[in-house]
Design a protein around this ligand. Structure first.
Ligand SMILES: Nc1ncnc2c1ncn2[C@@H]1O[C@H](COP(=O)(O)OP(=O)(O)O)[C@@H](O)[C@H]1O
Ligand SMILES: Cc1ncc(COP(=O)(O)O)c(N)n1
Ligand SMILES: [Mg+2]
Length: 477
């Protein structure tokens, strides 16, 4: 069995067929692109044994004609009697080692798993693939246990056999499973509840292909740093090393290096609009990071385009002053940024001095960080990640989105911190593009930043850049 045959895995049900035979329904599903068929009789077959055997033989011939594997759920004896391609068993059914013994080495054995332990055990006992779910709420299985996205990722990483997701999957929500490591999805109602089964399967199949083949995409709207450590250059390096396709709309060119900023040349608002139009109308970004934008006319263009193109997962780094001390935004633009862009963002990432400006409060300890983050949140109703890089003893960042979550980090003894803020915010955008939740995107981004800082690159005469491409040097928290 090839993994490709697990892409669109149709699990049958008689619930919704309204007079149509199961054979007809399966035929329509295969015509629409189903790549695998599992016969499932949730409450036992509703037809006579003789009719069932005849139906199975009929479906088996159809599946083989189309090179589609055909397995039976739970009923190992029936699968053997009918000599179909294999069986699928749940945790509550027969032990999979015993099933493997019964069916022999060549038949397909599928196993349902909800935890890493169950997944590893099933692989050891001879499973060919795993069905993991329920990944979304579902009506098709009463006792279905919820499986989080992270659990699905952990299971895919823990085993080398293919994994498919199951439970409440539709053509609309399948995108959310991107980047988890699954090779396909199993559905029941999305296919068999449809009045036009072929069309529903086609639509699902297209969505599954897109989910499996696309790399995640992200955009940075920021300034270029000639020396490559911050701005656009840091963002693109961060995106590629975090396995996301990166795009850039440049707001300004800066002549800067590790010692400071020599001069800045902003692009025109019309040019920025052309850049954003070119990007959004072609390769749509699944997340957007905004960095240095120093003029209000540019901020207006960004706001209009983000609304027009319904941009999602916007991470705003309110860049005001570079690590080297240079001011990167005009006073007038500061106000426009606050009023027009902050409300559009999923999260903003001020450092301590920036949070003092945004909240009007002074910050010298953890309690004051919490108070300032809360004040900013209450003003804009946008989640705030207040970065603690400018604190003295540690490097703890604080997320306030109604609740407080601290992301703890040890202070790394490295004077080369040029581009830390840019790197953190673009790594958050990269992980949001991959479908992570905000808290897990921040945790992964902070780990990446810490590793890049701990790699101790030492370039230039001032506060140098990070090693975005560190390898095998994980920072041990
Ligand atoms: N010396 C350090 N050791 C570990 N983490 C650091 C250090 N300096 C900064 N960071 C981390 O880098 C990220 C950027 O923070 P910060 O330096 O405050 O922002 P900015 O670059 O915008 O001034 C945060 O996650 C912060 O905790
Ligand atoms: C073009 C540009 N954008 C942003 C920063 C901020 O740098 P940092 O990440 O160190 O705060 C920078 N120095 N240059
Ligand atoms: Mg910064």
């Amino acid at each position: 069995m090839k993994s490709a045959s697990l892409q669109v895995y149709a699990v049958t049900t008689r619930c919704y067929l309204q007079g149509k035979s199961l054979y007809e329904a399966v035929k329509e599903a295969i015509a629409g692109g189903a790549t695998f068929i599992q016969l499932r009789e949730k409450d036992g077959p509703t037809i006579s044994k003789a009719a069932l055997l005849e139906e199975i033989a009929h479906i088996k011939t159809l599946c083989h004609k189309h090179d589609v594997p055909f397995v039976i759920d739970d009923d190992v004896a029936l699968a053997m009697e009918t000599d179909v391609d294999g069986v699928h068993v749940g945790q509550e059914d027969m032990n999979c080692q015993d099933v493997r013994k019964l069916i022999g080495p060549h038949k397909i054995l599928g196993v349902s798993a909800q935890t890493v332990e169950q997944a590893i055990a099933a692989e050891k006992q001879g499973a060919d693939y795993l069905g993991v779910g329920a990944v979304f709420p579902t009506n098709s299985k009463d006792d279905a246990q919820d499986v989080s996205r992270q659990m699905l990722i952990d299971i895919c990483e823990a085993v080398s056999i293919p994994v498919i997701a199951i439970g409440g999957i539709t053509h609309d929500n399948v995108r959310a499973l991107k980047g988890t490591g699954i090779v396909g999805v199993a559905v029941i109602s999305e296919i068999f509840k449809a009045s036009d089964i072929t069309k529903a399967t086609q639509t699902l199949s297209q969505a599954v292909h897109k989910m499996l083949s696309d790399v995640p995409t992200a955009l940075t709207i920021a300034g270029s740093d000639a020396s490559g450590g911050a701005g656009i250059q840091a963002d693109l390096k961060t995106m590629i090393t975090n396995h996301v396709y990166g795009m850039s709309a440049i707001t300004a060119l800066t002549a800067q290096n590790t010692l400071g900023v020599k001069s800045v040349m902003n692009v025109t608002p019309d040019f920025l609009r052309d850049e954003l139009d070119a990007i959004f109308t072609d390769i749509y970004p699944e997340a957007v990071k905004i960095g240095m934008v120093s003029e209000s006319a540019l901020i207006h263009v960004i706001k209009e385009c983000l609304i027009h193109y319904q941009a999602k997962h916007i991470v705003l780094d309110p860049v005001m002053v570079a690590t080297s001390g240079a001011k990167l935004i005009s006073d007038d633009a500061m106000n426009v940024l606050q009023e027009e862009l902050i409300p559009l963002a999923e999260v903003i990432t001020p450092n301590i001095p920036e949070a003092e400006i945004l909240s009007g409060l002074s910050i010298s300890n953890a309690q004051e960080m919490e108070a300032a983050a809360q004040a900013i949140y209450e003003r804009y109703h946008t989640a705030v990640l207040l970065k603690g890089g400018h604190a003295i003893n540690d490097a703890n960042d604080l997320l306030y989105d109604g609740d407080i979550v601290w992301f703890k980090g040890q202070r790394i003894d490295n004077p080369n911190t040029h581009g830390t803020g840019c790197t953190l915010s673009s790594a958050i955008a990269a992980h949001l593009a991959k479908g992570e939740t905000l808290t897990s995107a921040i945790a992964k981004a902070k780990q990446y930043l810490s590793d890049a800082l701990a790699a101790q690159l030492d370039l230039g005469h001032g506060s140098g850049p990070l090693n975005h491409d560190f390898k095998e040097m994980p920072y041990d928290k």
